[in-house]
Ligand binder design. Structure first.
Ligand SMILES: Nc1nc2c(ncn2[C@@H]2O[C@H](COP(=O)(O)OP(=O)(O)O)[C@@H](O)[C@H]2O)c(=O)[nH]1
Ligand SMILES: [Mg+2]
Ligand SMILES: [Zn+2]
Length: 288
């Protein structure tokens, strides 16, 4: 049997990419359903002439989009249109940390900012720079995209972010042969027609990437308060100095994270978003 990666799934037909870069369309053998094996895009599988025979153990699974073995997520946000939101970014980062995948932060549409506004925005990111790779780009300015290309090699990536943030535009700009559909911002943000949702990994600069059609609704259903605390990776180095073991950095006295916020070591907004996320999750749990 030979090994391959599932790169596309439409209507029960899987497209496999083999080690020799061949593309083959196959179905899984019928027994999978009874064994509760559900092959996903991103899975590495063993196949023969007739069927996908075996799914190799997964490192990770993203729910939305449903892709296995993702190494990293590019979190694409618009600097404007849609207005940049640190809340959305912080939520994304909790999501990627929880999924165990690396996050690369991409702020797009910098052409819409004045030089002064761009400087102010960059200043707000100084803290994040200590923990994450960040790019400030414009899909309309080739020079800003140059370094991004090196990030794909040997990785399975997803392009995630709000509709209209420019995911498809960036991909088209770094590889014009892709010709992905882009949408006028007014349509993209409205309730308009949605393009079909299917996951597909495309070849890009020595790696694979999924241009996800949505990924804006993040579900925190499987997270609890402790998970969220652990996903705020900039809090971790302070945790030992908190008075209470397992401090959630909320109402507890002697909290080193809250002190770091007071001392301007952690941006206040980042901490406020933390409380918002914690509140959101605890209310969600109450409802069920
Ligand atoms: N000014 C400006 N507009 C952009 C940029 N990137 C994308 N857009 C526009 O934003 C809209 C949404 O882009 P699209 O790539 O479809 O976003 P997606 O939903 O994230 O894939 C389109 O009208 C693009 O032309 C950019 O860097 N600058
Ligand atoms: Mg798109
Ligand atoms: Zn604390």
């Amino acid at each position: 049997m030979k090994e391959a990666r599932i790169v596309k799934l439409i209507g029960g037909i899987y497209t496999l990419k083999t080690e020799d870069n061949e593309k083959i369309a196959l179905k899984p053998r019928g027994l999978f359903r009874h064994e509760n094996i559900d092959p996903r895009v991103g899975d590495v599988v063993l196949f023969d002439d007739d069927f996908i025979q075996e799914v190799k153990p997964r490192q990770s699974i993203l729910k939305r989009p449903s892709i296995a073995n993702v190494d990293q997520a590019f979190l694409i946000s618009g600097a404007k249109e849609p207005e940049f939101s640190f809340f959305l970014l912080d939520r994304f980062l909790v999501h990627t940390e929880h999924a165990g995948i690396d996050a690369i932060i991409v702020i797009n549409k910098i052409d819409l900012l004045s030089p002064a506004a761009l400087e102010t925005l960059k200043e707000q990111f100084r803290h994040y720079e200590k923990y994450y790779t960040i790019y400030f780009v414009s899909a309309k300015q080739e020079a800003t995209l140059h370094d991004l290309r090196a990030e794909f090699k040997d990785k399975v990536s997803v392009f995630a972010g709000q509709t209209g943030s420019g995911k498809s535009s960036i991909l088209n700009a770094i590889d014009p042969s892709l010709k992905l559909k882009t949408q006028m911002i007014s349509k993209a943000l409205g309730r308009g027609r949605h393009t079909t949702r299917h996951s597909e990994l495309i070849d890009l600069f020595g790696g694979l990437v999924a241009d996800t059609p949505g990924f804006s609704k993040l579900d925190f259903e499987s997270l609890d308060a402790t998970d969220i605390k652990d996903c705020y990776i900039d809090f971790i180095s302070y945790t030992e100095a908190c008075k209470f073991r397992g401090c959630l950095h909320l109402k507890e006295p002697g909290c080193a994270v809250k002190k770091a916020v007071e001392d301007h070591e952690i941006p206040r907004l980042r901490y406020e978003n933390y409380i918002r996320i914690q509140t959101e999750v605890s209310q969600m749990k109450k409802r069920y």
